[in-house]
Design a binder for this molecule. Structure first.
Ligand code: NAP
Ligand code: MG
Length: 496
């Protein structure tokens, strides 16, 4: 057995991973909560606790922000960008070297399959690699004021940045925020979701071992109300990157107003996948499957609405249903096709959406019920679910379920598909499947979404800016634009 499969076997036997971090990450090391309080993290695949972690409050947050502010002013802001880049590059290497443990921790904590967790860890390493190379390329401009003047701009780091992270992509969301913030010369206080605290803590420890000075990256764990709210309200926090629900995002925005704190809000979505009659059928089928059943549908950019042209709808749906029925469910460590959802409360929320749809007369083409791991009878699972054509105003068309539930909408033609696709209050991403590239790019321009995928849902990577329109939020992460989120432009104009 390889060391990796031995570790997986051991975790399956014992139900936990040894040597998980147990405190906050403050000022370059692990520390318990000042109050000594802890809370438990649950394994959604078993529906049982597997480890505990520190439960922070406003006092712990203040300690972390003070540490980040001190590190910003004394060491990180003024470090040579090339040196910052070397540290981030070493972090990318260490993440890959420690990928097995990181992925297993993520799998236990979030429920996602080990394969998906491994992909997320590689993505996190890639984010550090990408921004490592960008540190020393943040060039300013000169302004043509004529011979008697010199005008130029500087990209300055904004200061202490707060990162509030959700449970569905814990290490990926942490990395896509931390890497550009650190690259820009900002320092960090991160607050992972209470359901998934561990990989952010492990990442902070890796950064220190890669050479990051103490205090540059701090992580406070705990609940949103006890630790998240005081963090985003802290007067010394210059910028907040918040990824989560619309309702919490709105609270964060109100709270940021008090100190005119900068914000990037990555909120929910109800993203359409448009499938036109002339598509590559196989590409569209596998694209739609991945768009809604990957990570059990708990993806902000999930393709949760299939907007399909009428002439091909029946045959396409028949095959889609057959594929959904073939998906295996189980504990993430066994690498089934689909893992559990994140918590008992979240499972009840998903089931509520489907029950209400049934009560409105919706036809459930497949799935539609909560279930358990077929091997153990444990855990919080929801069957892969497809709901037949719903009218544009239906709750299942308008509201984010954040689970493995696909809603179908039938379109008469491409123009009608566009109208249906744009018919929600969200605007995160959209997918298009057609062989006609003219149609694809014409629709791409008119889709109300921050990112459009053509002929491959989720195409792209850290190079491509990501973020929403409308209720899906504002600001962009990823790409060079993501780096500029952590900079403020200073213009200098001098009379010579
Ligand atoms: P959530 O309840 O809004 O939680 C997100 C984060 O905010 C968690 O860390 C949470 O902490 C924290 N939080 C809660 N209340 C807070 C407050 N008053 N002040 C500051 N922080 C607070 O979201 P969720 O339901 O866990 O996550 C799923 C949602 O995230 C979905 O709507 C999904 O679309 C969205 N999402 C968006 C993206 C994107 O990039 N656009 C990516 C992933 C997810 P606790 O969990 O500890 O309470
Ligand atoms: Mg957990």
């Amino acid at each position: 057995m390889s060391a990796h499969s031995e570790l997986v076997a051991q975790v399956r036997r014992t139900g936990t991973l040894l040597d998980l971090p147990s405190g906050f990450y403050l000022d370059g090391g692990f520390q318990p909560a000042a109050s000594g309080r802890v809370m438990e993290s649950l394994d959604p695949g078993r529906g049982a606790a597997f480890a505990s972690f520190a439960r922070g409050d406003a006092g712990d947050v203040a300690t972390a922000v003070a540490s980040a502010r001190h590190a910003f002013e004394t060491v990180w802001r003024d470090m040579a960008p090339a040196e910052r880049g070397r540290i981030l590059a070493r972090a990318a290497q260490l993440i890959l070297a420690e990928a097995d443990r990181l992925a297993i921790a993520e799998c236990l904590d979030s429920g996602k399959t080990l394969n998906e967790a491994e992909g997320d860890v590689r993505g996190a390493a890639r984010a550090f690699e990408y921004y490592a190379g960008a540190c020393d390329k943040l060039e300013g401009k000169t302004f043509p004021l004529g011979a008697g003047y010199l005008g130029y701009s500087l990209h300055e780091p904004v200061g202490v940045t707060a990162h509030v992270i959700p449970w569905n992509y814990p290490i990926s969301t942490a990395a896509r925020g931390l890497a550009p913030a650190l690259a820009a010369g900002c320092t960090v206080v991160a607050k992972p979701a209470e359901q998934t605290p561990f990989t952010a803590l492990m990442l902070a420890d890796i950064l220190t071992r890669a050479g990051l000075p103490a205090g540059v990256c701090n992580v406070v764990t705990g609940t949103g109300s006890e630790a998240g709210a005081p963090l985003v309200a802290h007067p010394d926090v210059a910028h907040v990157t918040f990824t989560g629900s619309v309702a919490t995002g709105q609270q964060v925005m109100r709270s940021a107003a008090d100190h005119v704190t900068r914000l990037v809000l990555e909120l929910g979505g109800k993203s359409p996948v448009i499938v036109l009659a002339d598509c590559d059928r196989e590409a569209a089928l596998s694209g739609v499957m991945g768009a809604i059943f990957e990570n059990a549908g708990q993806i902000c950019s999930a393709g949760s609405r299939l907007v399909i042209e009428r002439s091909i709808a029946d045959g396409f749906l028949e095959e889609l249903v057959a594929r959904a029925r073939r998906l295996s469910l189980g504990h993430g460590l066994r690498n089934p096709d689909m893992g559990p959802v994140s918590s008992a409360e979240h499972l009840a929320k998903i089931a509520g959406f489907v029950e209400r749809a049934k009560a409105r007369g919706a036809e459930i083409l497949t799935g539609g019920a909560a279930t358990t791991d077929p091997e153990t009878g444990q855990g919080w699972f929801f069957e892969p679910t497809i709901v037949a054509d719903r009218p544009a105003g239906d709750e299942l068309v308008q509201e984010e379920v954040f689970g493995p539930v696909l809603t179908v909408q039938i379109a008469d033609d491409a123009e009608h598909a566009l109208e249906l696709a744009n018919g929600t209050a969200f605007g995160l991403v959209a997918g298009i499947y057609t062989r006609d590239h003219g149609t694809a790019h014409r629709l791409a321009r008119r889709l109300d979404a921050g990112q459009v995928f053509i002929n491959e849902y989720f195409a792209g990577g850290i190079e491509v800016p990501f973020g929403g329109t409308k209720l899906s939020g504002f600001g962009r992460e990823k790409g060079l634009e993501g780096l500029l989120s952590y900079c403020r432009t200073k213009s200098v104009a001098a009379k010579l």
